[in-house]
Design a protein around this ligand. Structure first.
Ligand code: 2AM
Length: 166
């Protein structure tokens, strides 16, 4: 199964992300918008791996300590537009520990540098005036867990299911 480890946003944060998506839509930006129920922050992308219990055990070896996450800014990787978060040393340290635990357990993961982002829209095509400038309200939330997620292709888009959390 296709696995990744992610953080869920608070209701207020999801609302802010939806407002940013609405501003993109209002500016005529077309593309594959992330549905509200799929909004998340990926910490590690494992990809195909047969046994979620292995991954949960590795996560348990790097316990999550609650931290405060604050939304900040909008940016793009090519045609993927995202909403960012404020610099967060506690999160960076956790992701380092988590990835070490996965490596120690022999679980593969994408080793690209961690660039925390919440995907707003993939394959974005600009509107008549390009992409909108957006002021993202600095909405904060205390995050108390990281979740192991399964990703499946559904009839009308990706379906993400939480398999467990630490
Ligand atoms: P994205 O939002 O930037 O596409 C599920 O696919 C989640 O894992 C998404 O949040 C996706 O990020 C992230 N991810 C990270 N690395 C990935 C990779 N190599 N392939 C697919 N998804 C990846």
């Amino acid at each position: 199964m296709r696995l990744f480890i992610a953080i869920h946003l608070s209701d207020a944060q999801r609302e802010a992300v939806r407002a940013a998506q609405a501003a993109f839509r209002a500016a005529g930006v077309r593309g594959n918008y992330t549905p509200e129920e799929n909004l998340h922050l990926t910490l590690a992308f494992i990809g195909e791996w047969p046994d979620p219990e292995d991954a949960l055990a590795a996560m348990a070896a790097a316990p999550f300590a609650p931290l405060t996450l604050t939304l900040r800014g909008v940016g793009a990787f090519g045609d993927l537009w995202w909403l960012g978060i404020e610099e967060n040393p506690a999160l960076t340290a956790y992701v380092r520990r988590l990835r070490h635990a996965l490596a120690d357990a022999g679980i593969p993961f994408d080793r690209k540098r961690f660039s925390p982002h919440i995907t707003l829209v993939r394959r974005a095509v600009p509107g008549p005036k390009g992409f909108p400038g957006i002021d993202v309200p600095p909405v904060s939330a205390v995050i108390d867990r990281a979740s192991l997620m399964r990703s499946e292709r559904g009839r009308s888009g990706m379906i993400y299911t939480e398999l467990g959390s630490v």
